[in-house]
Design a protein around this ligand. Structure first.
Ligand SMILES: *[C@@H]1O[C@H](CO)[C@@H](O)[C@H](O)[C@H]1NC(C)=O
Ligand SMILES: *[C@@H]1O[C@H](CO)[C@@H](O)[C@H](O)[C@H]1NC(C)=O
Ligand SMILES: *[C@@H]1O[C@H](CO)[C@@H](O)[C@H](O)[C@H]1NC(C)=O
Ligand SMILES: *[C@@H]1O[C@H](CO)[C@@H](O)[C@H](O)[C@H]1NC(C)=O
Length: 674
């Protein structure tokens, strides 16, 4: 039963959960003192306020609006509010969803204001609050047909709080598309100036005002800082998409306030509730100062990652918990960057504590309710080795039943992934009960693996699958290859940005210079009239293969299609044999790739992908979007003795951001029979 004896309603309609929990205090706590109603009222009398509730554990106070469940205040380390108080109460810390009815134009942005608060738990170890909103089907044209349950948890001794959400649709509800779901925190601009997304990606950031005084570049998210308050930022580009991460790498990010030294961190202990698998990319933190937890979105993927509900399909899913971790420096430590080191340590602690033992929603699945699957992945490719090859560093995952590779667009269920060791052994832990397909891909090999059988996880199950063998697509011996099959274009030539469009972070961090703004226009400077020609045996993909097949800027904002050539020599040809051209794409945006063989003027291409992709990875500085593999049979009769040329045309012009990124290209000779 709930213990709500610590809540009391004050005049002015406040009520207050007072909960005193001292760090490391193992003794039975004194009964919380009663805060007089006048002190509560006086603390807030300066403003007309709605109802609110405060969660307090002695380390942090978290104030939420009632019944909406917006986080309006976070008091910590002597700072009255880490969130931006100049923002309205529903614009500081909130959950939101972007959705629409199928056929409608424009999207609806819903901040999920709840209508009811339920105190699920309040005892000496913690508090859990549930803010709910139930769908009313009489007004469905304007209301999102989802039942919403937003949860907030404060534990004794923890400087920070957890949040998770349970979204539910019942059978028969109207058709909708849901494009994005996230939690947002907008921090005090005066305090938080240093942002950290990874060890290599952290810097002093411009402010929202700096952006407002800047010059908008080719889209509103990208701004040239022409007059920032911090003069050393002048001339730099700011764009929130420069701080995106693959979900697998997005475990902790946030902001540092130097004085008093304070860290605000978003820790994601598990990706099981995120959509599109471990290499789905999304936003992290960005100028505001803003920190996000993106649960799902169409970013770097497009429409396939929208949740489309049709025919009254029921659905229920738990997103989170994620942990908002706050820290300050240990005594005598004067280095604010220690806050980042400490946040990473806390991230490991949270990750190891997954699944958490404390969330109280019945939809949350505890450790004892989960199972695991283990095995070993081996690769059979007789053109590389007569023996089986170990699936070194294979990504192996359980996701909703589907075709091989379907996990990258799967968006309604949970996914569980593991990375195999150098011998190919994998263990997928903490899997919620259910019926899954087992999927894998292996760095260095093309294509997608899917296990032939469904994997049924039941509570406490430890399924041992033994040795699984992946036969990656392969028809014959490699005649030549360009790139590395790793689902990204990172190994190719990534140019320096234009000197007037730099983000200094990526000048220092050369490994991620693909995140610089405007690289698409560098192609036209390198290849002003003639397109890229890659001669096998002469050219090198690291320096001579531009990372993205983009359109040429011919001036006056006009972009025209381009045709790349792969030139190679054949000393002998099996005219009756079948050659195979493997083209793996790392990204596609409103593109069409046409392939012609030895005849650039042929009107109908030998092969076309048709119009593919809307992952927008070129504009958003991703080095990949969704993965695609095309295996093209080429009869020997199409080939010539001596010089051959494969023409690759991206035929859709008119925009700088229409194009593709290659992952890997390989020509295979006819099969060899031994
Ligand atoms: C929480 O609020 C109470 C009552 O206003 C105050 O006494 C306490 O110092 C606050 N705690 C923190 C961590 O700011
Ligand atoms: C901090 O520095 C003071 C003075 O040097 C020292 O007395 C104290 O023990 C230090 N505290 C810690 C926790 O190291
Ligand atoms: C698992 O899902 C597949 C595909 O939907 C279905 O054919 C199969 O019967 C399911 N197995 C179990 C045990 O539910
Ligand atoms: C650029 O385009 C505009 C509008 O299409 C046109 O009026 C102008 O003449 C063009 N300028 C050049 C140099 O082609």
């Amino acid at each position: 039963m709930q213990r709500i004896n610590l809540i009391f309603v004050c005049p002015f309609f406040f009520f207050y959960i007072l909960y005193l929990m001292q760090k490391n205090n193992k003794e039975r706590l004194p009964r919380p003192g009663v805060v007089s109603s006048s002190s509560v009222a006086s603390a807030r009398k300066s403003r007309k306020k709605a109802l609110s509730v405060v969660m307090d554990n002695g380390l942090v106070n978290v104030t939420l609006s009632v019944p909406e469940g917006m986080v309006t205040g976070i008091q910590y380390n002597g700072i009255a509010n880490l969130l931006e108080e100049r923002n309205k109460e529903n614009d500081r810390g909130y959950w939101d969803i972007v959705w629409n009815l199928p056929e409608a134009h424009g999207n609806i942005f819903d901040k999920l204001a709840a209508t009811s608060l339920n105190v699920v738990l309040e005892d000496e170890n913690g508090i859990e609050l549930s803010f709910t909103r139930t769908y009313d089907d009489s007004i469905y044209e304007t209301q999102l047909s989802l039942n919403i349950d937003k949860r907030f948890i404060l534990l004794r001794g923890y400087p920070g709080f957890y949040t998770y959400g349970i979204f539910e649709r019942l059978e028969g509800w109207p058709d909708i598309n849901v494009y994005q779901g996230r939690t947002v925190f907008k921090l005090q601009e005066k305090l938080f100036e240093y942002m950290a997304v990874s060890d290599e990606r952290q810097r002093i950031m411009p402010t929202a005002d700096d952006r407002a005084r800047g010059q908008i570049l080719d889209y509103p998210e990208a701004v040239l800082l022409t007059n920032p308050a911090n003069t050393f930022l002048r001339g730099e580009v700011d764009d929130k998409y420069q701080y995106s991460s693959d979900n697998k790498d997005n475990r902790v990010h946030g902001w540092i306030c130097p004085d008093p030294p304070t860290g605000f961190w978003m820790i994601t202990p598990s990706n099981e509730f995120k959509t599109g698998g471990p290499v789905k990319q999304d936003l992290t933190s960005h100028v505001g100062p803003t920190t996000l937890s993106m649960y799902f979105s169409t970013h770097y993927a497009g429409e396939p990652l929208a949740l489309t509900f049709r025919d009254g399909e029921p659905w229920r899913k738990v997103f989170g918990p994620v942990f908002v971790y706050l820290n300050t420096l240990q005594e005598n430590d004067t280095e604010p960057l220690s806050l980042w080191a400490d946040a990473k340590e806390q991230m490991l602690i949270e990750t190891e504590s997954w699944p958490y033992s404390f969330p109280l929603s019945e939809d949350y699945s505890f450790d004892y309710q989960r199972g695991s699957a283990s095995g070993r992945l081996l690769i059979q490719d007789s053109y590389i080795s007569e023996r089986l090859i170990t699936g070194n560093s294979a990504c192996v995952g359980l996701a909703a039943p589907g075709d091989a590779g379907s996990w990258q667009t799967e968006n309604k269920a949970y996914q569980f992934w593991a990375v195999a060791d150098s011998e190919g052994y994998f263990l997928i832990k903490n899997v919620r009960p259910g019926n899954y397909s087992l999927y894998a891909w292996v760095p260095g090999y093309i294509g997608d693996y899917k296990y032939d059988f469904y994997v049924n996880i039941r509570p406490g199950n430890r399924i041992t699958l033994g040795a699984l063998t992946y036969n990656p697509p392969r028809n014959g011996p490699t005649l030549w290859e360009i790139g590395i099959p790793d689902r990204t274009a990172i190994e190719f030539f990534v140019p320096e940005p234009s000197p007037r469009l730099m983000n200094q972070l990526y000048s220092v961090n050369q490994a991620e210079k693909f995140r610089q703004y405007g690289l698409w226009d560098r192609y036209s400077e390198l290849y002003p009239s003639e397109d890229l020609v890659f001669t096998v045996g002469v050219n090198n993909y690291q320096t001579d293969w531009f990372f993205a097949h983009v359109n040429r800027n011919v001036g006056n904002k006009t972009y025209v299609p381009t045709t790349w050539q792969i030139a190679f020599d054949l000393d002998n040809i099996d005219f009756f044999g079948t050659y195979m051209l493997q083209i793996a794409l790392a990204s596609a945006n409103e593109a069409e790739l046409q392939v012609r063989i030895n005849n650039p003027d042929e009107e109908a291409p030998y092969f076309t992908t048709g119009t593919i992709g809307k992952d927008n990875a070129i504009a958003r500085h991703g080095i990949h979007g969704l993965y695609r593999l095309y295996s093209l049979e080429i009869p020997g009769s199409q080939l010539l003795f001596g010089r051959n040329i494969i023409y690759l045309t991206q035929s859709r012009g008119s925009s700088p951001w229409r194009g593709i990124m290659y992952d890997y290209v390989r020509l295979e000779g006819p099969p060899e029979y031994t």
